[in-house]
Design a protein around this ligand. Structure first.
Ligand SMILES: [Zn+2]
Ligand SMILES: [Zn+2]
Length: 382
């Protein structure tokens, strides 16, 4: 089969690799029809993780089930499914409590949580490929309705970014009528803005500096805060009568940088503490890592950040962290799509055949104007 293979920093190609196949009776084999390039793929693409050369990317996957193992009971050949990026067993202590983001059995002992095609997240191959093996298939597959193919650019957001954006807002504690500031207007930040709007936020502010992203944000009625034009904290204060936003969401991660490109892994965290009101809440879904050998300074190399804990504590804020338990939300968000209440595909700028993945990575990684979200379609002619 063809797959997007990582060879080293900023070096991927579409190669012929051995077919994914059913290895255990609980597996399903899925023919991928849509698979996204994610912002978190870029951390790996840039060589800022220990993702191994030779492995396949891709954790945001939709496709058709073409085979099931003997122990798969519910999922059938022919089903169109969304696979959460979290690989989870369904019966460990954390999975039983709904914490599929920290499954105790899908990674090596001592590490909770796993994902397809992801650094440090277990041995699972990614879905930027013609075929994907989905383990514990009855638990990990979400069946899609009749319109799965025509709306696949919407449903493909259910694997990660739509639930992740939703999770950031939920962790912030947003209540209807409250305001929220979201740092990062990339795909996850856009989904957080869509989520906050859907949950009834009175004012949604998104901090970014790329004109194409700010345009997308404004298309759904959110306020774009351009941090290349001045302090985002000051701008949020102006929008909130000097009080600060009720809630905040971090959708950037450890490679946060200023408009000149200088990295500071604490920049967005500290701006959030400053721009969220006393006793407000913050949800952090941007990726942070325990080790970052490519980091710009000693602290960063060891995953540490000069976080403004004094102000955070003094203001009585709370913060939720970590990856999203996709299964906690995906069934309900699927229904919002099916009933035409939301259209998360509004951020998609490029639908491309798998063969164009290497070019797509280059453009998306460079944050080129107009490359806001790429969906790859294995099987689509070039
Ligand atoms: Zn993702
Ligand atoms: Zn588990």
């Amino acid at each position: 089969m063809k797959a997007v293979v990582y060879h080293g920093p900023r070096n991927v190609s579409v190669d012929e690799v051995p077919d994914a196949k059913i290895e255990k009776p609980t597996d399903a084999l899925v023919r991928i029809t849509a698979t996204n390039i994610c912002g978190s793929d870029l951390h790996m693409y840039e060589g800022r993780t220990d993702f191994e050369a030779g492995r396949v990317f891709g954790h945001e996957n939709v496709g058709e089930v073409i085979g099931v193992g003997d122990a798969v009971d519910k999922i059938k050949v022919g089903d169109m499914i969304s696979a959460p990026f979290n690989v989870a067993c369904g019966h460990c202590r954390n999975c039983e409590e709904g914490l599929t983001n920290y499954c105790l059995r899908a990674n090596k002992p001592g590490i909770a949580g796993a994902a397809y095609g992801f650094a440090d997240m277990g041995p699972w191959q990614g879905g930027q490929a013609e075929l994907l093996r989905v383990p514990w298939a009855d638990f990990n597959c979400l069946r899609l309705p009749e319109d799965a193919r025509e709306k696949q650019d919407d449903y493909v957001m259910l694997s990660d970014i739509f639930p992740t954006g939703w999770h950031s807002v939920r962790m912030s504690g947003l209540r209807p009528g409250e305001s929220i500031v979201i740092y990062g207007g990339g795909p996850v930040g856009c989904m957080a803005a869509l989520s906050a709007t859907t949950m009834g936020a009175s004012k949604v502010m998104v901090v970014d500096r790329h004109p194409d992203r700010l345009r997308l944000i404004e298309q759904i009625g959110a306020i774009g805060v351009d941090d290349s034009k001045g302090s985002p904290v000051d701008q949020v204060m102006e929008h909130t009568n000097g009080m600060g936003a009720d809630r905040g969401a971090e959708c950037v991660g450890y490679q946060a940088h200023d408009p000149q490109g200088h990295e500071d892994n604490s920049a967005t965290l500290n701006d959030l503490v400053s721009s969220v009101r006393f006793t407000g809440g913050i949800g952090t879904v941007g990726v942070y890592v325990p080790q970052d050998p490519g980091g710009p300074n000693e602290l960063a190399k060891h995953g540490k950040a000069p976080f403004d804990f004094g102000s955070f504590w003094f203001k009585g804020q709370h913060m939720g962290t970590g990856q999203c338990p996709v299964k906690h939300y995906n069934r309900y968000l699927r229904s919002l799509i099916a009933e035409d209440k939301v259209k998360p595909s509004w951020i998609v700028s490029h639908d491309l055949p798998l063969d164009q993945a290497a070019e797509a990575y280059k453009h998306f990684d460079a944050r080129e104007e107009g490359w806001t979200k790429v969906v790859l379609h294995p099987g689509q002619a070039a």
